[in-house]
Write a protein of this length. Structure first.
Length: 161
């Protein structure tokens, strides 16, 4: 029975990682840096962006060595902590476990980029007119959804002991 919990983690995280890494590989191969493909005019483009920083470009202007060490350490720590929280989540908290699995898969997806290239490939460009949200990727989306699930449990449901 306990193995089913880990199979679910591998399936959810695996889907997130594949859904993240496949488009990133296609973007790197076929879309020149900073070029875009309009998807929904005035709202959504596929745009090739490389983000050397964290969320919203945080620490992008630091030295490459310092930034790489910090992000690899923090990302690895986050993956370990999320795995720990997933393991400790009781079976009856399936939605919370799914949230942790989404965060886990997203963190690994971005960690793969950092290990391979020292930066993260972002490609989802959402905007209204000239107002753009910072570009992001599937891994970022999975992390965000997982965090919202966690916050939902934190605010409206009893958390596991």
């Amino acid at each position: 029975m306990l193995q089913n919990k880990y199979i679910r983690l591998v399936i959810v995280a695996g889907i997130v990682i594949l859904a993240d890494q496949i488009p990133k590989a296609l973007i790197l191969e076929y879309l020149p840096l900073h070029k875009n493909i309009p998807v929904i005019a005035g709202i959504f483009n596929i745009t090739h962006v490389l983000n050397p920083g964290g969320a919203f470009g945080l620490m992008a202007h630091m030295s490459v060595v310092v930034r790489t060490v910090i992000f690899l350490f923090v990302s690895s720590l986050a993956v370990g902590l999320i795995f720990y929280f997933y393991v400790k989540t009781p079976r009856r908290y399936a939605l919370l476990a799914a949230g942790f699995a989404l965060i886990f898969g997203g963190a690994i997806g971005n960690l793969i980029d950092r290990v391979r290239m020292g930066m993260v490939v972002d490609f989802i460009d959402v905007y209204i007119g000239k107002y753009h949200w910072p570009a992001f990727n599937i891994a970022d989306s999975a992390i965000t959804v997982g965090i919202f699930i966690f916050l939902y449990h934190l605010l409206f449901k009893k958390m596991p002991e």
